[in-house]
Design a protein around this ligand. Structure first.
Ligand code: NAI
Length: 737
């Protein structure tokens, strides 16, 4: 069966429809070029064909190249050749004797947009499904089918660079504004309008093409303003490196290749694009970023339970207890993204009012940014009902709680939910540190108690960590996973334990940063080292953001559970005594508000904090050593979680660390990182730190096993999670742990 079907209309337009047999989406595969060539050879020979429209038989135009095909490429030259083949295909379209207009509805991304760019005109549907973009850089690549050359020739340089370097997607309206499409029309008349436009272009097409080629040569000769161009590219590079710290080669190569194409012409640009594409496809960064892409795709299909015969139950309403920062955020994603009514309860009407106002602020912003209409906003607000009484909960199948972090309080609200709700009501806690098993002890039917751990701010953070106890019923897990996905989250399911997965692995990183600080290393050096390593913010900044008081509370809990390994360095309690809570009271490691303004720097350290801690910040440590100490503490703890069976898979551990905690995406997550560096080397580094700094660096048993066996977390010879359940946890566990 062919990818393309052609309808030759009596008005002289041939409508070529792409519809990949047996697939739900059109993606570009190896056979694309050949079949395209066959179709256009036939059209070229048919004198009745005056113009062509390229459309899709799927709900999307073309979603991009098949990433599995790209992942399977093993050498740079093979990948570069693939890109050169794509160039030939695109050239076939661009130089066709009659005009081709792309009729774009749905996703038109990556290679799909490159196909559209090679056409002579583009019409898009105004449907909200229609999205255009070149997201290649997000998987560590650059557009390899001419996108780096055709986009900057169609749009202004700044807009083209913005799309290429961020991989962002734009809707049809924005695409029209940028000049990416010529016309935006309702879906119902899309193909018809594209046909009209194609016919209109047909008059004098050959002439126009000749002129366009000449114009291009002229344009580059005239626009030869090397100084201006240099400034644009220098600035773009500076801004890029400030953001990526040199960790993302794809973006750097995109800049180089675009610049080269503008200086030396299309042909040289395409040649450079193919070479760069080849190099990037086999880069470790692309491998890591592609693995995250595959992991999230897999998780979209994962129901969170191994049993096949378990079905999620319908959730037609959600009860939300606590209308604070987290509760209001959860109410918003439930009402807007999951389109499910929410009953939002707080202890007093002021609390409810604050929560409703928070939801309202988010939807108002979405209206202002034209993401939703005013009618949609009203629909979302209608789905959220506030209350201070326990009324309206009698038929609610699922209640999420985000009241204060206090076990007795959680038990009290749990009892209220069970007393007022249906017999099998699900009680999901958003606690960040209390074991779900402890919360479930207050339940009459602990099989319906579960953790749904969202991250702040809920409306922005992509991860939901679902925590199950030994008693949680599978249908409860499946139901919560399903709701989480509807709320727009990437969901991982982990087993219960102190700090679950995410809060637990963050602990040793923060603790290690505190040790480095207590040795006299300056705050900005510590944060800078971890940002250079690829984290979005440094650990000391994070302490200020999370709240020093909150971190101290959680610190006690994990210390009590895991012993020596999590012992904080002495002196940190002095920060609490000094009233430092971080950003929320504008007293922490950094200065805020007026005090910060006076310093004139972007983020000045509050140097008085050194005095409080009794530290002289005059020690210099190599950046890499600071980063390795903190990052390996984190990675080692992740490995301990894996060995203890907290995680269902290394995949979940990677996704949780990246999406929940900002672990550098180009490293692919803590488990991919171990695989890339090698367990043997990781164990060697940990042992070296242990000898110098203490037992908290004792390598996780699973890493020691892997160093011996040569197994990996992800490869063919894979280690299974949970092998070290109930064993001595290594890594400095005390007798009490
Ligand atoms: P918050 O202080 O902003 O909100 C808590 C809300 O619960 C307040 O509005 C309070 O009035 C309300 N409340 C207290 N007792 C109540 C009762 N009996 N019935 C109904 N409402 C009651 O706190 P936040 O930050 O929203 O945290 C809530 C929970 O989420 C905590 O368990 C926290 O550990 C957890 N969490 C917090 C994260 C964060 O970054 N803030 C991240 C993940 C989890």
């Amino acid at each position: 069966m062919s990818i393309f079907s052609t309808e030759k209309r009596s008005d002289g337009v041939a409508v070529v429809t792409m519809d990949l047999p047996g697939e739900s989406v059109n993606s570009l595969r190896a056979s694309f070029g050949q079949e395209l060539s066959a179709v256009f050879t036939d059209l070229a020979d048919d004198p009745n064909v005056k113009a062509v429209v390229l459309a899709s038989g799927k709900p999307d135009f073309i979603v991009g190249a098949d990433i599995k095909m790209l992942e399977a490429l093993s050498t740079a030259s093979e990948a570069a050749e693939l890109s050169r083949g794509a160039h030939r295909n695109m050239e076939r379209l661009a130089s066709f004797r009659a005009p081709i207009v792309a009729a774009i509805h749905g996703a038109c991304l990556g290679g799909g947009l490159e196909v559209a760019l090679a056409c002579h005109g583009r019409v898009a549907s105004d449907h909200k499904r229609t999205k255009l973009g070149l997201p290649e850089c997000q998987i560590g690549l650059l557009p390899g089918a001419g996108g780096t050359q055709r986009l900057p020739r169609l749009l202004d340089i700044q807009s083209a660079l913005d799309l290429l370097l961020t991989g962002k997607q734009v809707d049809a309206k924005k695409a029209k504004k940028l000049g990416l499409v010529d016309e935006v029309v309702p879906q119902a008349i899309l193909v018809e309008v594209a046909c009209e436009r194609a016919l209109a272009l047909a008059d004098g097409h050959a002439e126009k093409k000749k002129r366009a080629l000449k114009d291009e040569a002229m344009e580059w000769a005239l626009a030869e303003n090397p100084l201006g161009r240099k400034v644009v590219f220098d600035q773009a590079k500076k801004a890029l490196l400030a953001k990526t710290r040199g960790n993302y080669p794809a973006q750097e190569r995109i800049l180089e290749v675009v610049k080269l194409g503008l200086e030396k012409g299309m042909e040289a640009g395409l040649a450079a694009e193919a070479d760069a594409f080849g190099e990037l496809v086999v880069s470790p960064q692309a491998a890591a970023l592609m693995s995250i892409f595959f992991a999230t795709t897999e998780l979209k299909k994962d129901r969170g339970v191994d049993a096949k015969d378990v079905e999620p139950r319908p959730v037609d309403r959600v009860g939300m207890l606590g209308a604070g920062l987290m509760g209001a955020g959860i109410a918003y994603v439930t009402a807007d993204l999951a389109k499910t009514p929410v009953r939002l309860k707080d202890k007093d009407s002021a609390g409810v009012g604050r929560g409703l106002a928070y939801v309202r602020r988010i939807v108002d912003q979405r209206v202002a940014r034209k993401r939703i209409s005013k009618i949609d906003r009203d629909k979302v607000m209608n789905r959220v009902r506030g209350t201070v009484e326990h009324v309206g909960f009698a038929d609610v199948p699922l209640v999420i709680e985000a009241v204060f972090e206090d076990l007795a309080l959680k038990h009290r609200v749990l009892a209220e939910v069970e007393a007022n709700g249906p017999a099998d009501v699900i009680f999901a806690s958003n606690t960040s540190s209390l074991p779900i098993t402890k919360i479930a002890e207050g339940s009459r039917h602990p099989e319906t108690v579960i953790g749904m751990h969202y991250f702040s701010p809920v409306e922005k953070m992509p991860l939901l960590e679902i925590i199950v106890t030994e008693k949680t019923a599978d249908w409860v897990t499946a139901t919560c996973v399903e709701l989480g996905k509807k709320q727009g989250k990437t969901v991982i399911v982990v087993n219960d334990g102190v700090g679950f997965y995410t809060s637990r692995i963050l602990g040793p990183l923060m603790n290690e940063a505190a040790y480095v600080l207590s040795e006299g290393v300056a705050i900005e050096d510590i944060d800078g080292a971890l940002v250079d390593w690829g984290f979005p913010v440094g650990p000391i900044t994070l302490l200020d953001e999370v709240g020093i008081d909150v971190a101290e509370k959680v610190g006690h809990i994990v210390h009590a559970a895991f012993g020596d390994r999590m012992t904080p360095p002495p002196g940190f309690e002095k920060l609490i005594a000094d009233g430092r809570q971080g950003r929320k009271n504008e007293r922490g490691f950094y200065l805020y508000g007026e005090a910060a303004k006076k310093k004139g720097k972007k983020k000045p350290v509050d140097t008085s904090v050194y005095g409080v801690l009794g530290i002289e910040p005059n020690k210099k440590l190599p950046k890499d050593e600071i980063a390795q100490r903190c990052a390996l503490a984190f990675v080692n703890e992740a490995a301990l979680c894996f060995g203890e069976g907290i995680l269902r898979s290394a995949r979940d551990g990677d996704v949780g660390a990246i999406f929940g905690l900002g672990f550098p995406p180009f490293r692919g997550g803590p488990f991919r990182y171990v695989d890339a560096v090698g367990a043997k080397e990781i164990v060697r580094r940990l042992n070296r730190f242990r000898d110098r700094l203490g037992n908290r660096f004792a390598p996780a048993p699973v890493l020691v096993d892997m160093a011996k066996s040569g197994k990996t977390f992800h490869g063919e010879a894979r280690v299974e999670p949970g092998r070290h359940r109930g064993e001595d946890r290594g890594a400095g566990a005390s007798a009490s742990a």
